[in-house]
Design a protein around this ligand. Structure first.
Ligand SMILES: *[C@@H]1O[C@H](CO)[C@@H](O)[C@H](O)[C@H]1NC(C)=O
Ligand SMILES: *[C@@H]1O[C@H](CO)[C@@H](O)[C@H](O)[C@H]1NC(C)=O
Length: 172
């Protein structure tokens, strides 16, 4: 696990040094373009950050906080989708699968808002990311049950995780 994480983070660290060196005094739209350009999903990232009015004057740390909060919002939204499905289940098996998906999204959303933001404020960006990355396990677990109505939701959450990871790496 540790070795795998290291292998993933090394190229991102190299990338982040390049971005930070030119972006240190930049804010707002030019910075959003640069930061999101470093992610796997630039358009998704840009619209996510711009949906928060604070992004227009945010520095890299501010954008990271917005991205982190965005991940909690999206996890809660996913919980909302799963919750509606739960209420419309056709039987116990269906209900229990959907409930498991709901519980994962819901509890991780709260952990991001609690522990995740706390670690972020303490400058512990690695730990903050690890909390967001709990969503990866939620997605895997939920996907293993095969809930076709949640495929789109899980794809969207995967994008969120990828974007948050890259942006938090810019602060390391
Ligand atoms: C509820 O479930 C049925 C199938 O069990 C489906 O046809 C219907 O579209 C669902 N309604 C909602 C609101 O998801
Ligand atoms: C969502 O998670 C929170 C914290 O983990 C919990 O207190 C709450 O009861 C959960 N909501 C539902 C509807 O289970």
């Amino acid at each position: 696990m540790a070795i795998k994480l290291l292998a993933v983070s090394l190229p991102l660290l190299v990338l982040s040094i390049a971005v930070i060196s030119t972006a240190a005094d930049e804010k707002g739209q030019p910075l959003i373009t640069k930061v999101c350009g470093a992610t796997e999903f630039p358009d998704f990232c840009t619209s996510a950050l711009k949906s928060d009015p604070r992004s227009s004057s945010a520095d890299v740390k501010g954008l990271s906080r917005i991205a982190l909060e965005f991940s909690a919002t999206k996890a809660k939204e996913a919980a909302g989708v799963a919750s509606k499905l739960m209420q419309n289940s056709s039987g116990y098996v269906d209900w229990s699968k959907r409930t498991t998906c709901f519980d994962g999204y819901n509890s991780t959303a709260d952990r991001i808002k609690g522990e995740g933001l706390k670690y972020f404020e303490e400058g512990n960006y690695k730990k903050a990311y690890q909390i967001v990355n709990l969503l990866t396990d939620d997605i895997k677990y939920c996907t293993s049950f095969g809930v076709p109505q949640l495929v789109e939701t899980n794809t969207m959450l995967s994008k969120v995780i990828s974007v948050v990871k890259t942006i938090l790496h810019l602060l390391l």
